[in-house]
Each structure stands twice: as structure tokens, then as C-alpha cells.
Unconditional design. Sequence first.
Length: 255
Amino acid sequence: MKNKIGIIGYGNVGASIALYFKKKRKNIFVLTSKSKKNEKFIKFFNYSEVENFINLVDVILICIRDDKIEDVVKILKKLSFENKIIYHTSGSLTSDILKPLKNNYVGSFHPIQTFPKPNPKLLENIYFSFEGEKYKIAKSLANFFKSKIIRIKKEHKLLYHIACIFASNFPNFLLSIADELIKVSTNKNYKILIPLIQTSLKNAIFYSPKNALTGPAKRKDLKIIKKHLKFLKTFNPDIYKLYKIISEMILKDKF
């Protein structure tokens, strides 16, 4: 990567990117509100040094919460600079939120990955979605991470992000429910479900998620479903509603 890269934010995504550059013995510059000491290959700046940070970098990656990006844009807008490449890593927002930074090139560069903690390895062998300007720069950055890139239209960004949530957040939430139910019924925890989880995931990858479906709703075993619903209605009304709507969608093949 020939361009000098700067990161704004040092959460799980920002730190993963910074640590990846460090691992590759490449210099990286980080602007953060957190107090950090410089490390080998990582130079930290606080917001009082934002102008020095801007002058040092060619490409800026804004790696902060969606609801804070606009605040950073307001800070950057006050400075006089141009011809920088500025991307954010939000899954749901388009490049439009960066449009106030006129005379610069803007885009959305989102890793299709989950980062429960900083881990540079999670950037490899994944896909990045991109929407915006200077696609070749985004592609070279994805290549640097040994990953691939796909282009996405602005009007599809929300639908794309919802897909990512269904693929990542919702399954973990459903597994947390399974964990609680297993604890009540067996005095064990989710670990006894691990072989089932692993096989289910492998089947989804190998056969496709839809073709990997099994269970009473897929078999249209209404007698079992009614028994489950009758029990859940008094046991936990919220889980009852969730079980009911998911089972109905599978029964109707409405997905």
C-alpha cells in the first residue's frame, strides 16, 4: 500500500486495521479521543492535533459509530484541505454523509465481518463493500488485506446492511435464547449445542442456508409446532411470538 493511511477512531474496527498495518510493518496514523502512546509503526494523534494528522495522510478511514460520523465531518469541514480520499466503514450509511468535505474524494468502505474485539486476522479473506469515488484505491486497500471487494449502489445500502444483521447479529441472539432454554431444561449451557451449531453452519455454507433448513416447520409438522406454541405461550410470551412468526415464514416459504 503506497498511500499513507490515517484512521479516525480506535474501536474494534479501527484498532484491527491499525494492528494489521503494524503486523505488515507499515506506518499508520490514528486520530482518537482516547489517550494512547505511540507504538512502533502506529502514531497516535488527539483531536487538538487533527490538522497535523490530516497533513500526514493521503487516505482517511473513519472507523467510528454511525451516529458520531457527522460530528467528525463537522470537525474536518473547518479545516482547509483537499484531494484527500475519505472513506467511512459504516455498513448502513452511504458516502453522502461525507459530501460536506468538498474538493475531496469520498466513499463507504465496509468490511463484511464482525469484530467482537480488535483482531487484524479478521480483515483477511473477507469481502468489503464499496460505494463512492476512487474505486481503485478501495480495491487496492482490500487487496492489501488479502480480501475482495464488491461495489454496491447507494439505494441498496440499507438492504445490504439488514442482510449483514440477519447473517451475524440475529443468529447470535437466537443462540442466546437457545442457551437460556438449555440451561433451564438441562442445567447445562450452550456448549452442548456446539456440534449442532457447527453442523448447521456447515450445511448452510455447503448446501445454501435455505436448502439446509430442517425441523418441524420445514417438515410441516403442525402437531409438534402447536405443542411448542402452547407451551411457550405461558412459559415466555416473547419467545412464543418469535417462534410463531419464524415458523409461519418457513411454513409459507416467505423468504
